[in-house]
Design a protein around this ligand. Structure first.
Ligand code: FES
Length: 566
């Protein structure tokens, strides 16, 4: 009896023969021939939405995937999932990543498909899809929508959204007028696709490729480039091969492939968010991402890709320069080459292919890196007992060893109300502190890029040490300490910081410390209010607050992790 393709996982009516009969009957109503309906099924999980500009070109890409599946002898079956457009969700898209992961997991498992193509792109969609696919246990391959092309403003090349922040900072500093910054708006995001820089979406595309879950070279092709459609078609073909081989994400995502992904994340100067997402993806398969290992790899991995926000280039340049395969060739000596990939080949076998042409200004040779170390560093110390993260590649080295006076904002609302107050007691050498922006408190928004206080911006100050339990957009830059864990809302020491306390940051020693004696901290802790802040009363938001883990566990839900093995 056929238990594959459309006859896999029959609906339970207590009569299997009837269930098969019924499924056949309804399948015929789609107008597909019996020959097609008997083929192996490749599901195509799509995430098109009018609220997700980054996915605007997905319908054409999905058609390319279908061509590939049909040409290889399979039956493509497209189905929708939740879509998360980064700038269109309140309070933050991060709150819904786990919801999308559950949506993808359950629909891949519940519907009859032998393999699935996951078509995503915007920041939270690719992590959600990979988390879901890892848990669903079906053969799966990722296909990103691809980045935007750059635009032009008065002859200057622009791309979302590092340049958005740069121009906004200039506006806040009084360098350009409101009319000018409004005019710039039309040049920042000019085509379909994900942000044009090495933000979270681009980083996760590269991470998916480095993990072995996407085709070689697929991370970087722009959304509107013909290469993107060719990659779509090839992904459809590859999905059918996966359906035939039965290879699942658990066969591909291993401690070795996770370390390879970390090396790539560091070498591209990738987004801080990617560490949370990679932790969550690997966590679905019981693979821990160790902070000590991150620092060890970071100290030995040079930053080789010079894209904004850490360099001057954009994703279209990276693609024209060989993309991830060119980078992997450069990193070859430090990679674990026996890691498997969705192609059926190991990483080593893929790297035995000829090296693509590469522009050494965009993908730098190991002997001439952007910097000698990786972009990210995990900090620990009395202020962050379970850690915090700094993107040193986007920070000002002059602020790496800094002791400063805390200027504390106790919530996002407090920050918005006071940051531009002319009477705010703040100087450039102070350290701005934000709490109440962690996963439990508020879904962990990208609020860690605290604006420079208005009165300092007007004096030309462009960077200060800023510290929070929030995240930061991958397109942002500055000397910013993020993901302070545990967050203030669950009693982390961040809850105890007061205006005027001294905080010491040391990138050299990978430390972040609150210089207040233990007795005083104990007094402050005893005086903390018992409540941990406003709580949602019902529905998904209540579930989120009750079950979300801290940043060092990838902000996944505790009940979504695999049961511990003995
Ligand atoms: Fe979608 Fe940046 S907003 S990738």
């Amino acid at each position: 009896m056929n238990s594959h393709g459309l006859y896999r996982g029959l609906t339970n009516y207590g009569d299997q023969e009837f269930a098969r009969y019924l499924r056949r009957s309804f399948s015929h109503s789609t107008g597909r021939s019996a020959e097609l309906l008997d083929r192996p099924v490749v599901g195509i999980a799509t995430s098109t939405s009018d609220f997700n500009n980054c996915h605007r070109a997905q319908p054409e890409l999905v058609e390319a995937v279908k061509r590939g599946v049909l040409a290889a002898g399979g039956l493509p079956m497209e189905f929708p999932t939740i879509s998360l457009g980064e700038g269109f969700l309140n309070p933050t898209a991060m709150m819904f990543r786990n919801l999308m992961a559950m949506d993808v997991e359950e629909l891949v498992r519940a519907q009859p498909m032998d393999a699935v193509v996951l078509v995503g792109g915007c920041d939270k969609t690719v992590p959600a899809q990979l988390m879901g696919a890892c848990s669903a246990g079906r053969p799966a391959i990722a296909l990103v929508t691809g980045p935007m092309m750059t635009g032009r403003y008065h002859g200057e090349r622009m791309g979302a959204c590092t340049d958005c922040r740069r121009f906004w900072a200039r506006f806040r500093g009084g360098e350009i007028s409101r009319d000018e910054v409004t005019e710039v708006e039309h040049s920042l995001a000019t085509t379909a696709g994900t942000c044009a820089v090495m933000g979270t979406a681009s980083t996760m595309a590269c991470v998916a490729e480095a993990l072995g879950l996407a085709l070689p070279g697929s991370a970087s092709a722009p959304a509107v480039h013909a290469d993107r459609l060719r990659i779509g078609e090839a992904t459809g073909r590859a999905a059918l091969e996966l359906a035939r081989s039965g290879q699942t994400p658990a066969d591909i995502v291993t401690p070795a492939s996770v370390r390879n992904a970390l090396r790539v994340l560091l070498a591209i100067g990738g987004s801080t968010n990617a560490l949370i997402h990679l932790t969550a993806i690997a966590g679905r398969l019981g693979i821990p991402v160790d902070a000590g290992e991150l620092n060890e790899i970071s100290d030995r991995t040079p930053t080789l890709v010079a894209l904004k926000p850490t360099g001057e280039y954009y994703m279209e340049d990276f693609h024209a320069s060989g993309g991830v395969p060119a980078l992997l060739h450069e990193l070859r000596d430090s990679l674990e080459l026996d890691a498997r990939t969705v192609t059926g080949q190991t990483l080593g076998e893929l790297l035995d292919e000829p090296r693509p042409w590469s522009d050494p200004r965009v993908v730098r040779p190991v002997g001439d890196p952007v910097r000698d170390t990786g972009g990210l560093l995990w900090l620990t110390g009395s202020l962050a007992p379970r850690g915090a993260l700094i993107k040193r590649s986007a920070a000002d080295p002059a602020l790496f060893e800094k002791t400063g006076r805390a200027v504390v904002f106790s919530s996002l609302e407090d920050l918005a109300a006071r940051i531009d107050d002319p009477d705010l007691d703040v100087e450039p050498d102070d350290i701005l502190v934000l709490r109440g922006a962690g996963p439990v408190a508020s879904g962990m928004p990208e609020a860690g890029y605290l604006p420079i206080p208005g009165k300092l911006a007007a004096r030309g100050v462009r960077d200060m040490v800023r510290l929070s339990d929030a995240r930061m957009s991958g397109t942002a830059y500055g000397t910013i300490v993020l993901h302070v864990t545990p967050e203030a809302a669950v009693g982390g020491p961040l809850a105890l910081v007061r205006d005027g306390d001294l905080i010491a940051l040391s990138v050299r020693r990978a430390r972040i410390d609150l210089l207040v004696d233990d007795d005083e901290l104990a007094r402050r802790r005893a005086a903390l209010p018992v409540s941990d802040g406003a709580r949602f009363e019902r529905g998904y938001r209540r579930l989120f607050q009750d079950h979300v883990l801290q940043a060092d566990r990838g902000c996944d839900f505790d009940f979504c992790l695999p049961p511990p093995t003995l």
